[in-house]
Design a protein around this ligand. Structure first.
Ligand code: GLU
Length: 277
């Protein structure tokens, strides 16, 4: 089977060295195996993504010397596909509307005796809206109240699941540890989890390479794959680059962007040597 990898950044800022590391790993894995390397822009969050960053990502990757196969998939151009998935899951009784605000959730958690955390560090949703009656749900929707859609985790988990992590072997999934995750936000048409899993399947990705900060999310992705009958790719979560102080590079910290390096006279070859990939 021919290998298909991908780099799937969200255009919320300029690419930094951490992205260059991640993109180069995916690109190299495909090129060395004579496979395909895909580029996808995960821009479904309108409040954080900007078209100028999308353009800059393509320029910066080209500057770095990475080429991709086929057209770039831009998620915001495919919203009806994600809506169809949400409709299908809703019809199966696997989603419910959640009207809670962040403050409602915080209040509910504070009032309860314990506040368990999901493996990704987020607080587990206490399930408030799962208990609403159908009449109450309908009334609130009819009144125009905005809502997110959450996965009814208890119904969704049907049996044991695992994924293959390169180097580590089989990892047993525990999606229930995340609680009722959001699959469509109040302010965004679909969630990262839904879109990334759908697109990896649609595009025939066989090897997902990405930072190890996203490994916890893979437990949810594996569940969605099982629910939708999509194939499970192989996973290779890589280490995260850190700065001199040992902190993870992130856009919000203004980590050295490829643009800054370029403008400062650093060549793409220097960047690749710096990254060691
Ligand atoms: N779009 C995600 C991000 O930029 C990455 C998705 C993935 O590689 O699975 O963090």
């Amino acid at each position: 089977m021919s290998i298909v990898t991908r780099f799937a950044p969200s255009p919320t800022g300029h690419l930094h060295l951490g992205h260059a590391f991640s993109a180069t790993i995916a690109w190299r894995r495909a090129r060395e195996a004579g496979g395909r390397f895909l580029l996808r822009l995960e821009d479904i969050d309108p409040s954080r993504c900007r078209p100028e960053f999308a353009t800059a990502i393509l320029e910066d990757l080209a500057w770095l010397g990475l080429d991709w196969d086929g057209d770039v998939r831009v998620q915001s151009g495919h919203l009806p596909e994600y809506q169809a998935l949400l409709d299908a899951l809703s019809e199966r009784g696997l989603l419910y509307p959640c009207f809670c605000t962040r403050a409602d959730i915080a209040r509910e958690i504070e009032a309860s005796a314990n506040a368990p955390h999901a493996p990704d560090g987020s607080l587990i949703y206490p399930g408030t809206c799962r208990a609403l009656s159908a009449d109450e749900r309908d009334a609130r929707i009819a009144a125009g109240e905005r809502f997110a859609l959450r996965l009814h985790m208890q119904r969704a988990v049907q049996g044991p699941l695992s994924f293959e992590e390169e180097g580590d072997g089989t990892i047993v999934c525990n999606p229930a540890a995340f609680g009722d995750v959001v699959l469509a936000r109040k302010d965004a048409p679909a969630s990262y989890h839904l879109c990334v899993t759908h697109d990896d399947a649609l595009q025939g990705v066989t090897l997902v390479t990405r930072g190890q900060d996203l490994q916890p999310a893979t437990h949810i992705h594996r569940l969605l794959q099982a629910l939708m009958g999509w194939p499970a790719p192989q996973y290779a979560h890589h280490r995260l680059l850190t700065d001199a102080a040992g902190r993870r590079l992130a856009k919000r910290d203004r980590a050295a962007t490829l643009r800054d390096l370029h403008t400062g006279g650093v060549s793409a070859g220097d960047v690749r040597a710096m990254l060691g990939v």
